[in-house]
Design a protein around this ligand. Structure first.
Ligand SMILES: Nc1ncnc2c1ncn2[C@@H]1O[C@H](COP(=O)(O)OP(=O)(O)O)[C@@H](O)[C@H]1O
Ligand SMILES: [Mg+2]
Length: 216
């Protein structure tokens, strides 16, 4: 299964979610590849900052041909996560076409909600060629008990066919702190709230351990 964490907007949490999902799947015993499709190379930097043993492989593929190149490579893995590039439509399109499932991180802010329309449009265009492609929103940096935290779900409901996932990631300093050491939140503290919410998100994605024929 290929999961694209994609948005045409920068700073929404693509890299944060991509590395933490990859770590969660890897810790559950799956063979995971993280593809850094952003020319900025943040996922590669995360991997370079890491002194611990790698949990999964990270490769840089910021190419408009990603959807053609990835299937062969993906065969060797049970789950592939793409950390997408903002702004460049050719890269966004290729990453969407390469994915089975697209996760669009959205922060509870009007700017993110407005920007979501651009990514949704690319998904809808891609669905013409690939009807099996699914997209969903994941709220990131939610601040508990705020009106904007609730309003964002309502605002995103206007995008038909792209549901808002019932698990949100909250604003937590551990996401930034762990990244500095090339670690996932799960490795810093497996019982922390951040690790729990990432695990809940991973579960929603329903990745199957195909070799053993059971859910991860
Ligand atoms: N849930 C969160 N809580 C706190 N900080 C976060 C969270 N998600 C992302 N960040 C921080 O926000 C910034 C942008 O996130 P990043 O994952 O790099 O976004 P993108 O890849 O979409 O540009 C980073 O500094 C990251 O550490
Ligand atoms: Mg990034």
């Amino acid at each position: 299964m290929i999961i694209g964490v994609l948005s045409q907007k920068g700073g929404v949490g693509k890299t944060t979610i991509a590395v933490n999902l990859a770590a969660t799947f890897a810790k559950s015993g799956l063979r995971v590849l993280l593809v850094d499709a952003d020319p900025q190379g943040s996922a590669l930097q995360w991997s370079a900052a890491r002194e611990a043993e790698p949990l999964f492989s990270v490769v840089g593929m910021p190419k408009p041909s990603l959807h053609r190149d990835l299937p062969d490579i993906a065969n060797d893995y049970q789950v592939v996560i793409i950390d997408g590039a903002p702004r460049v439509n050719e890269l966004g399109r290729a990453a969407i076409m390469a994915s089975d499932e697209v996760l669009i991180p959205v922060q509870p802010s009007p700017y993110d909600i407005w920007a979501a329309a651009e990514t949704v449009k690319l998904i809808q265009e891609a669905q013409q060629f690939k009807p099996s492609l699914r997209g969903s929103f994941v709220i990131n940096r939610k601040i508990a008990k705020t009106a904007i935290g609730r309003d964002v779900t309502e605002a995103l409901a206007s995008f038909e066919g792209i549901p808002v996932l019932p698990t949100a990631l909250h604003q937590r300093v551990i996401y930034a702190e762990s990244a500095g050491q090339g670690l996932s939140v799960l490795e810093v503290d497996p019982r922390c709230e951040a690790a729990r919410e990432v695990a809940a998100l991973a579960k929603l994605l329903g990745v199957k351990n195909e070799k053993k024929g059971k859910a991860a």
